[in-house]
Design a protein around this ligand. Structure first.
Ligand code: TYR
Length: 316
């Protein structure tokens, strides 16, 4: 797979692809980052952006991971001390997922976001950003946005300034980060910085086919035990023959197939014997034609997800 293909795999949007091509042509080691609000549960949605960082690393990028403790604080996720502690746990998870410390720069927001230069840039960007725009950019990121706090207006401005101050060429994130990234693309040149490229990954469905939410616990976390995983997969939404909006198929598309050349579904002889798929496209055809039963698909997903998480569990 060539570099561009690897970077584009399983991505929802690149802003813009032309700029990316140009970057690859002019820089041997471009830089990219993802920022994460510290979270008690690192789930397969987080892992999707980690996968993309690993792809970028393979393509020669230098990677920064921002442990955005101040952002989590501004978004009312806990005290600064609490979120900082969770950030340490998250860092261990990311390392376990393959972002080894030798090749990845880990930065805590609180380590640089309180400095003079940073703050001055934030203040400058507040002047050229309307309240309306700041609010809208938080639609899919902010907590309780029906009654936003001023801190949640500072949040997207800081995120944009992060891109400049971390000195990265590319900002990576879920598509829910899109409006904040666009604010950065438009606002940063006015402060004398270049406009960043953006790579957006899709947002995965919860296992019940609804939006992921911690109150529903409808997702797989990297620290789930084998028993947790088996239980969650049994209940997963997985209609026969339905490829779209099927969370189990999504696990294959985004997590399993990129890691394994072929997947093997073990079935008793009387149900057709073992079935082998080489790659996601083949699996999609087989499942759509109803040759593979949802039960067998789920058992397969459980087996492979367990293999993926085993490695992580053993280190965190
Ligand atoms: N907005 C991101 C989230 O929703 C967190 C983040 C914070 C990302 C600061 C980047 C950044 O620079 O989790």
């Amino acid at each position: 797979m060539d570099k561009l293909e690897l970077i584009k795999r399983n991505v929802q949007e690149i802003v813009t692809e032309d700029e990316l091509k140009q970057l690859l042509e002019t820089k041997e080691h471009p830089t990219a980052y993802v920022g994460y609000e510290p979270s008690g549960k690192i789930h397969m949605g987080h892992v999707l952006t980690v996968n993309k960082l690993l792809d970028l690393q393979k393509a020669g990028f230098k990677i920064t991971v921002l442990l955005a403790d101040v952002h989590a604080y501004l978004n009312k996720k806990g005290t600064l001390e609490e979120v900082r502690e969770i950030a340490d746990y998250n860092k261990r998870c990311f390392i376990a997922l393959g972002l080894d410390e030798e090749n990845t720069r880990f930065v805590y927001g609180s380590d640089y976001q309180l400095g003079q230069e940073y703050i001055l840039n934030v203040l400058k960007l507040t002047r050229s950003t309307t309240l309306n725009r700041a609010t809208r950019s938080m639609d899919e990121v902010g907590r309780k946005m029906d009654d936003p706090a001023v801190s949640q207006m500072v949040y997207p401005i800081m995120q944009a300034v992060d891109i400049a101050m971390l000195g990265v060429d590319v900002a990576v994130g879920g598509i829910d980060q899109r409006k904040i990234h666009m604010l950065g693309r438009e606002g940063l040149p006015g402060l004398g910085f270049k406009a960043p490229l953006c790579i957006h990954t899709p947002i995965l469905l919860g296992l019940d086919g609804e939006k992921m939410s911690s109150s529903n616990n409808n997702f797989i976390s990297v620290d789930d035990t084998e028993a947790d995983l088996t239980k969650k997969m049994k209940k997963a939404f997985c209609p026969i023959g339905q490829v779209e909006d099927n969370p189990v198929m999504e696990l294959f598309k985004y997590h399993i197939c990129p890691r394994y050349e072929k997947v093997v579904f073990e079935r008793p002889e009387k149900f057709g014997g073992n079935l082998v798929c080489k790659g996601y496209e083949e699996l999609e055809r087989v499942f759509a034609s109803e040759e593979l039963h949802p039960m067998d698909l789920k058992n397969g997903a459980t087996k492979y997800m367990n293999m993926i998480l085993e490695v992580v569990r053993s280190v965190i």
